[in-house]
Design a protein around this ligand. Structure first.
Ligand SMILES: N[C@@H](CCC(=O)N[C@@H](CS)C(=O)NCC(=O)O)C(=O)O
Length: 210
């Protein structure tokens, strides 16, 4: 299987980390987002939305990082993606929340405004966008912290792909100015998830600076 991605992006990193955890060999091809490679005809043939990551497994092309996490886990029949209906729905719930709220409204805007713009020379952060994202982050992190006060991991107190998805953007918390300080349970959980060697094995160069 081959993954097309941008290593510093949490969407790419979490997929590579999961593959490393599962010991699934994954060939990697760098897509230079800063040079607009995601808009090349060759890349658009893999993902017409022009975004990374994309997984190619023989003639199957899969985009959307949380779908890729589920696919890799399904191929391995791992406890990271439990098969009973309630546990699986619980994992899906957190992946949906990640896509709709945690990532889209809170973490990604902060990563873009405070980190990507700096690295890509895209000008100063839009302070209105930052304020809106901080408000969203605070709302969602409060809920997450309360959940993690009662649970070791997001689902069934055991590691699942949901932890990979929700933890991934937090690797950039410092550089992106995410206000994580007040959320001790989130911090403790992130400590547990990020200590898995699969993250350092697949870490982008940029993470140290973020
Ligand atoms: N929901 C998508 C988001 C993918 C996404 O936005 N990828 C970014 C990098 S983090 C990208 O490729 N951006 C390039 C662009 O929008 O031109 C996923 O989870 O895969």
């Amino acid at each position: 299987m081959k993954l097309y991605g941008f290593p510093a992006s949490p969407n790419t990193w979490k997929v590579r980390a999961l593959a490393a955890y599962l010991k699934t060999p994954l060939e990697f091809e760098f897509v230079d987002l800063l040079q607009g490679a995601q808009q090349s005809p060759a890349f658009l043939a893999l993902n017409p939305t022009g975004r990374t990551p994309v997984l190619v497994d023989d003639d199957f092309k899969l985009w959307e990082s949380n779908a890729i996490l589920q696919y890799l886990a399904s191929k391995n029949a791992t406890p990271l993606y439990p098969s009973d209906a309630k546990s699986r729905a619980d994992v899906t719930r957190w992946l949906c929340w990640d896509l709709a709220h945690w990532g889209a409204q809170a973490c990604q805007p902060l990563i873009f405004e405070n980190l990507v713009k700096k690295f890509a020379n895209l000008g100063p952060a839009d302070q209105a966008a930052v304020a809106k994202a901080i408000e969203a982050f605070t709302k969602e992190a409060k809920m997450l912290d309360a959940h993690l006060a009662r649970h070791k991991y997001l689902v069934n107190d055991t590691l699942t792909v949901a932890d990979f998805a929700v933890a991934a953007p937090l690797f950039h918390a410092q550089g992106a100015g995410m206000p994580v300080g007040p959320y001790a349970n989130v911090g403790a959980w992130f400590g547990r998830v990020s200590a898995l060697p699969c993250w350092s094995e697949t870490a982008p160069q940029m993470a140290a600076a973020a």
